[in-house]
Design a protein around this ligand. Structure first.
Ligand SMILES: *Cc1c(COP(=O)(O)O)cnc(C)c1O
Length: 327
């Protein structure tokens, strides 16, 4: 069954080889899947989920999108922009107090025309607040479409289910033999979709998630559950538990310092990517996944590796301009 989709991205995003990095590391073939070039604002991977979320919202004749995130959320900025170009209003619930200087992500959402609500709530409480806010709007006669943090729903995951087919076509036509596909993993919606899409077409490349914010047992269970619900939407074979491969970033996962924390190692890796291949990697996702690629190569992995560049331009620029902490 095909689901409604509102085109936002320029697809397929390029799959690019990284010869200078291969030479520097003495590694096997290295590739980059360039969702940073996805062509919709600075949405990165979020544009894929939003194509299906907006498709669903428009099919249900919604007139206002309700979503939420922490101040640095790339999803919130992308969702606000997507709502605007689709002619919908957008209400954004932000965790924590009103920041004295809102980060560029929130300013983007605001400039796109979203109504911002600073809730003072914790990140974990936001999804419940989205439901409550949507219920209030419904009482006022509106037709809201609520989206949890990060677009983490089975419908949102369809974006990466389709990306699995996109990557498979590129890998096949380039003759790349069963690569390891490294993907930074936050909410897990992207990895879940990738697993669902991979199972649907019986692809044999190996997904490799790098958890940037959640403990491994939790994120593994959440990804598997979401991947299975996504597969149900398209009546596709369910991904197996054994397909869910997720690791912590090489130096400490959510620790040390927690989500989005920048270490000296991260900065060194970001400079390596910048100077070697001209790549901008963000502090929260990109550089952690890149660090995992370096660790894989360091541990002797010789198979081709595809690093999924998920975007994160606002964070990439701040990584290069803000001070690092230990180690
Ligand atoms: C949201 C995001 C991710 C993580 O995607 P999930 O689907 O939440 O796991 C990775 N990279 C960037 C740049 C993001 O904005």
């Amino acid at each position: 069954m095909t689901r409604p989709r509102r085109a936002l991205a320029l697809l397929p995003t390029p799959l690019q080889r990284l010869p200078a990095l291969e030479a520097l590391l003495g590694s096997g073939p290295l590739y980059l899947k360039r969702d940073d070039l996805i062509g919709f604002g600075v949405a990165g991977n979020k544009a894929r989920a939003l194509e299906f979320l907006l498709g669903d919202a428009l099919a249900g004749r919604a007139d206002v999108l309700v979503t939420a995130g922490s101040p640095g959320s790339n999803f919130v900025a992308a969702a606000a922009l997507a709502a605007r170009v689709c002619g919908l209003d957008c209400d954004v619930l932000v965790s924590g107090p009103h920041p004295a200087r809102p980060p560029v992500t929130l300013r983007l959402a605001e400039q796109a025309g979203a109504r911002m609500r600073y809730t003072g709530a914790d990140r974990e409480e936001l999804d419940e607040l989205v439901d409550k806010h949507a219920a209030r709007l419904r009482e006022q006669g509106r037709t809201p479409y609520g989206i949890p943090r990060g677009g983490t729903t089975p419908v949102g995951a369809l974006g990466f289910a389709h990306a699995a087919a996109e990557l498979t076509a590129q890998v096949t036509s380039a003759g790349i033999d069963d690569p390891v596909v490294v993907l930074p993993t936050g909410s897990g919606a992207s990895l879940a979709g990738l697993l669902a899409g991979r199972a649907a077409i019986g692809a044999t490349w190996r997904p490799y998630g790098v958890s940037v914010s959640r403990p491994l047992p939790q994120i593994r269970a959440e990804v598997l559950g979401l991947a299975r619900r996504c597969a149900q939407l398209t009546a596709s074979p369910a991904p197996a538990e054994g397909d869910v491969h997720i690791v912590d970033p090489p130096f400490g996962g959510a620790a040390p310092g927690g989500f989005g924390h920048i270490t000296h190692r991260d900065r060194r890796d970001a400079l390596l990517a910048l100077r070697c291949e001209g790549l901008l990697l963000d502090s929260t996702y990109g550089v952690k996944a890149f660090g995992a690629v370096l660790a894989l190569v360091g541990a002797g992995e010789r198979a081709p590796i595809v690093l999924w560049h998920t975007g994160g331009m606002p964070g990439a620029l701040s990584l290069l301009t803000s001070p690092a902490g230990p180690p």
